[in-house]
Design a protein around this ligand. Structure first.
Ligand SMILES: NC(=O)c1ccc[n+]([C@@H]2O[C@H](COP(=O)([O-])OP(=O)(O)OC[C@H]3O[C@@H](n4cnc5c(N)ncnc54)[C@H](OP(=O)(O)O)[C@@H]3O)[C@@H](O)[C@H]2O)c1
Length: 259
């Protein structure tokens, strides 16, 4: 048993979140103090073609999780996204800013958020952005390897958010849960709601790649070429600047997400 007690982490094969009865049964059986939902339909372009599949996981499953947690007296912690914003504000977004998603992925994530926030029990909705970490297969996880190849590397320079290491997100969440578990009953319920859960350093993918190249030194052999997001435009529109302002997290929980 680790510092967080016993942690059950079922795969999608062990617990298919599209199966409402299975969710209720799992929560009844395990009787968890906390349920952390990291699952999602995260194929942003694919969601445009399969809105029902995206809604099933990003919204309906989340609403069921909230119901099951309320019935069992468990606290639901749900991860959401900076893609609920359209990116037009020209400044970092706070929780008070109106969400206006540009695509189906963001719309379904917003519907999931609202289902959790409308539930009567203790809950947290934590918005994160640009995740990367070991085993990941996105730009941030792979650029270090690409930089070591003799090649030209075109990287988007006009789209900005905050790259977040999954280890830093997990550390922030562990701190929060440990505090909640040690606090008097009702401590977390009194602080329930929506929080931006991000590091503070905003940058483009191009700037991230430049930093990686600096870190690698002589091992970085690729030539970096800045390009516009239009060069890699997928089917789904994406926000051009979706930096999350996490001052509420600091003010309420005194937690800062590290780099
Ligand atoms: N990646 C980002 O840059 C980013 C940015 C902002 C917000 N987020 C949010 O952060 C969370 C995690 O994102 P991620 O990028 O780590 O996601 P991911 O790598 O695409 O992983 C998706 C997860 O969802 C699970 N899943 C898929 N279908 C399922 C089903 N039917 N039943 C149960 N579980 C299912 C998968 O489980 P299996 O592996 O077992 O199939 C997997 O663990 C999501 O809520 C996402 O919206 C991500």
């Amino acid at each position: 048993m680790g510092p967080l007690g016993t942690v059950h982490a079922p795969s999608s094969r062990q617990l298919d979140l599209r199966d409402a009865a299975a969710i209720h049964q799992a929560v009844r059986q395990l009787r968890p103090a906390f349920v952390v939902n990291c699952a999602g339909y995260t194929d942003v372009d694919g969601a445009e073609d399969k809105p029902q599949a995206a809604d099933a996981l990003n919204h309906r499953a989340v609403a069921t999780l909230a119901q099951a947690c309320d019935a069992a007296g468990a606290t639901l912690v749900h991860f959401s996204t900076d893609f609920v914003f359209d990116g037009a504000a020209g400044r970092p977004y706070t929780e008070a800013d109106e969400a206006r998603p540009l695509g189906v992925y963001g719309q379904t994530k917003l519907a999931g958020e609202r289902a959790v926030l409308a539930s009567p029990g203790a809950h947290l909705v934590l918005r994160v952005s640009w995740l990367h970490g070991p085993g990941g297969r996105n730009f941030f996880s792979q650029v270090g390897q690409w930089l070591q190849e003799e090649r030209e590397l075109s990287v988007v320079a006009d789209q900005v958010s905050v790259p977040n290491r999954v280890e830093a997100i997990a550390a922030g969440l562990a701190t929060l849960l440990q505090r909640a578990a040690a606090a008097e009953p009702g401590w977390l319920a009194a602080r329930r709601g929506l929080y931006h859960f991000s590091a503070a350093q905003a940058m483009s993918r191009f700037e991230f790649a430049q930093r990686e190249a600096q870190r690698l030194g002589a091992a970085a052999r690729a030539r970096l070429v800045p390009v516009s997001a239009q060069a890699f435009a997928g089917r789904a529109p994406r926000p051009m600047a979706s930096v999350l302002d996490s001052s509420r997290l600091q003010a309420v929980f005194e937690i800062e997400i590290g780099l």
